[in-house]
Ligand binder design. Structure first.
Ligand code: ADE
Ligand code: ZN
Length: 356
């Protein structure tokens, strides 16, 4: 595409990427070997054991895992594999390696390509997915910030870390997780840049998390929440009204309701849209069905992001290029998308001015 050079050159910000979603099958197998983690059995020998994993031939090799990832049927089908991947992440240096590899790829693209050009990344992680194995948030925070400091020196990219509460777990568990992070001073110190909400969406309306998001607001903590990925348009407006978020992760189902889109546009809410993710998890059948055109026409702000790039076949550059191939946007429209992504970031006005 003639716009390829422009898409590469645009200074980008990423707001919707899960650190654990950057774990490639190759690194998963490498860390499993290093940390002596047994992945789910690939033949029947373990069946019948209490708590044993179901037999799954996808764990035969990285290639078999990639092939399974290409056939996700839904968000929950993906999340099953995503949470198994967590088990290989044990030490601060594991999280440092994961973070550094992602930031390098976001900033510089594939080896030798000098694409990507992500200047600032806000990265989610799921504390509740690690604490049951005895991995503390402070371990993850330490590894993340060690990598972020190195990546800033090496590539000029800045990075922030955002914990997400997990909706498939009891609400009280999420509340206790937030309270412990706040009590430890991680938000006040800036080690954590805000609060997020993710995982299974169906039958988990935003209002369940209104009390904990209200506590976060009272502490001056920035907030965002996944909504309208699989859930109905009303969940997107509920996230804004009841959780007080100025950003909504995904939010694509808002396009089914003109009133919801008008509310988003009037309030200036930013949707962090993830096109390749929506295709991979069968929210849409192709990129052209992601409501990019509708949002541009209705004045709904959005950024383009990778979500779980190791699982969905592309980083931010591939998401930008897929949207260009499907929609053929104008240069001005691309500048608006990239500018809204910078302006919707939580990196502070000084850093934004440098990026723009
Ligand atoms: N956790 C990781 N990726 C997610 C997604 N796309 N939606 C909800 N929770 C997630
Ligand atoms: Zn997500």
């Amino acid at each position: 595409s003639p716009l390829h050079d422009l898409l590469t050159a645009l200074p980008k910000c990423e707001h919707h990427v899960h650190l654990e979603g950057t774990l490639s099958p190759e690194l998963l197998f490498e860390l499993a070997a290093k940390n002596s983690i047994v992945l789910p059995p690939i033949s029947g020998q373990a069946s019948g054991d209490v708590g044993a994993d179901a037999v799954d031939p996808a764990f035969a090799s990285p290639e078999a895992l990639y092939a399974r990832y290409a056939q996700f049927t839904s968000l929950d089908d993906f999340l099953h594999y995503y949470y198994i991947g967590f088990r290989v992440l044990l030490t601060a240096s594991d999280f440092e390696a994961l973070t550094y590899a992602y930031l390098r790829r976001a900033a510089t693209g594939l080896p030798g390509s000098r694409t990507g050009n992500v200047r600032h990344a806000e990265v989610f992680f799921d504390p509740q997915g690690h604490t049951p194995r005895g991995i503390l948030p402070s371990t993850i925070i330490t590894g993340f910030h060690a990598a972020a400091a190195r990546a800033e020196r090496d590539f000029g990219i800045t990075a922030q870390l955002i914990p997400c509460l997990l909706r498939h777990l009891p609400v009280a568990d999420g509340e206790a997780t937030f309270d412990a992070l706040a009590a430890a001073g991680h938000f006040a110190s800036g080690a954590l840049a805000g609060l997020g909400l993710c995982s299974t969406e169906i039958d988990r309306p935003p209002a369940l998390y209104a009390p904990v998001f209200t506590r976060a607001a009272a502490l001056g903590i920035d907030r965002t929440a996944h909504a309208g990925e699989e859930g109905p348009p009303g969940y997107v407006s509920a996230a804004v009204a009841e959780l007080g978020v100025r950003r909504v992760d995904h939010g694509v189902r808002a396009a089914e309701d003109e009133d919801v889109m008008r509310g988003l546009s009037e309030a200036g809410v930013l949707l962090t849209v993830c096109p390749l993710s929506n295709v991979a998890l069968k929210g849409v059948t192709r990129i052209g069905e992601v409501p990019v055109r509708v949002f541009l026409d209705r004045g709904v702000k959005f950024s383009l992001n990778s979500d779980d790039p190791a699982y969905f076949g592309g980083y931010i550059q591939e998401n930008y290029c897929a949207v260009e191939e499907a929609f053929g946007l104008s240069v001005d429209e691309w500048r608006i998308i990239a500018r809204n992504a910078v302006e919707g970031s939580w990196c502070g006005e000084e850093r934004k001015a440098v990026i723009l």
